[in-house]
Design a binder for this molecule. Structure first.
Ligand code: NAP
Length: 333
């Protein structure tokens, strides 16, 4: 008997505006039986990432286009229910692009088998896309030296929190910028950041000048807009600016102005580099092994913000743009 499959489809494109719950449509259908080379997976956890909004906008970029009526795309972790491929058997834990649905029928080649251990859900966070972004953005582009001052915007999110801790392992002074006292306290009291700046209540320019009197050697930017502009004025000689994300632009119906202070890159002979984590996919296994070691050894601490129930998927994605999440935003089905 076919399994009932509840899904969220894309109903509208959120271009030039905030995401709305009405951008999605609830559908109840049936899971498709796997054909040769396919696997039926029950979704256990879904990952929520700001780039999902960009993919719905379909304005080009690195991801394949999404269309109105498609199941909302999302990385997920699940359990094999039925397999028509020798590489998988029922009960195996896997991850892949499962989408906002209870069951996904996927080609076996698009799934990865996971160890069913205590780090299982980390494969959607520190051992997944956001952890890989932090590792390669820092090691390939930020290139911090021990003693460098590293400033991270969006520091209490999934990517920023791991990037900051890797910089600490590398012997740097790390300053995080985040929204609200709870996030800032988490950064300094639990993750070992040297300082945190609450951009919602503090003057970022003055606070960073106080914490980084000799300037910023590595600027990791998840936010863009005003924060990037203010921080560009404080980079040191030969600084490396890593552009990881620009989430500030998602909140408004107009693009923020370009950073007026960009010419400081010339005065400081600095570089500003765009990051796309997929460029380093061939090296992910090595990075995963290192980060897993650091988590097991207590050198990297992770936090998942876990919402429950597929019904609340649209609200959960919106949390990222309201800054409601601390650490990695996940959903348990
Ligand atoms: P996240 O940081 O866990 O969540 C998003 C956070 O952004 C929120 O918690 C909020 O924190 C902050 N934020 C939201 N709106 C903001 C605004 N208007 N101004 C300032 N901060 C705002 O998400 P993530 O998955 O780790 O992604 C972080 C960034 O990295 C995103 O921009 C994402 O697109 C980017 N990224 C890039 C790559 C790549 O390959 N280049 C890969 C993965 C992720 P506060 O409460 O602190 O504001």
């Amino acid at each position: 008997m076919a399994l009932t499959n509840r899904q969220w489809l894309i109903a509208a494109r959120p271009n030039d505006r905030m995401l709305l719950e009405s951008d999605f449509e609830w559908k109840v259908g049936e899971a498709r039986t796997p054909e040769a080379g396919e696997v039926l997976v029950r979704t256990l956890y879904l990952s929520f990432d700001p780039s999902q909004k960009g993919q719905m906008e379909n304005i080009g970029g690195y991801a394949a286009p999404l269309h109105i009526g498609d199941v909302m795309r999302a990385g997920g972790l699940g359990e094999v229910v039925e397999s028509n491929d020798p590489a998988f058997k029922p009960g195996d834990k896997v991850n892949g692009s499962l989408g906002w649905q209870e069951y996904a029928t996927k080609p076996a080649r698009e799934l990865n088998k996971l160890e069913d251990d205590e780090l299982l859900t980390e494969h959607l966070g520190a051992l997944g896309g956001t952890g890989m972004t932090a590792y390669f953005g820092l090691s390939k582009l930020g290139k911090p030296f021990p003693g460098d001052t590293v400033v991270i915007t969006g520091a209490a999110g999934a990517t920023g929190s791991v990037a900051g801790q890797i910089a600490k392992i590398g012997g740097c002074k790390v300053i995080g910028i985040a929204g609200g006292p709870e996030k800032c306290a988490w950064l300094t009291e639990e993750l070992g950041f040297d300082a945190a700046v609450d951009y919602k209540s503090e003057d970022v320019r003055k606070a960073v000048r106080r914490h980084a009197p000799n300037g910023i050697d590595v600027l990791w930017d998840n936010v863009g807009g005003d924060q990037l502009n203010v921080l560009l004025a404080q980079i040191s000689l030969y600084a490396r600016v890593v552009i990881c994300g620009g989430i500030a632009r998602y909140a408004t119906d107009e693009m923020p102005g370009g950073p007026q202070n960009y010419f400081n890159l010339v005065f400081k002979r600095a570089t500003m580099h765009g990051l796309l984590v997929l460029d380093y996919a061939s090296e992910f296994p090595m990075a995963r092994a290192r980060i897993a070691e650091w988590i097991r050894g207590g050198r990297i601490r992770t936090r998942s913000d876990i919402q429950e129930g597929l019904e609340s998927a649209p609200r959960t994605l919106i949390r990222l743009f309201n800054g409601q999440n601390i650490g990695k935003q996940l959903m348990k089905l």
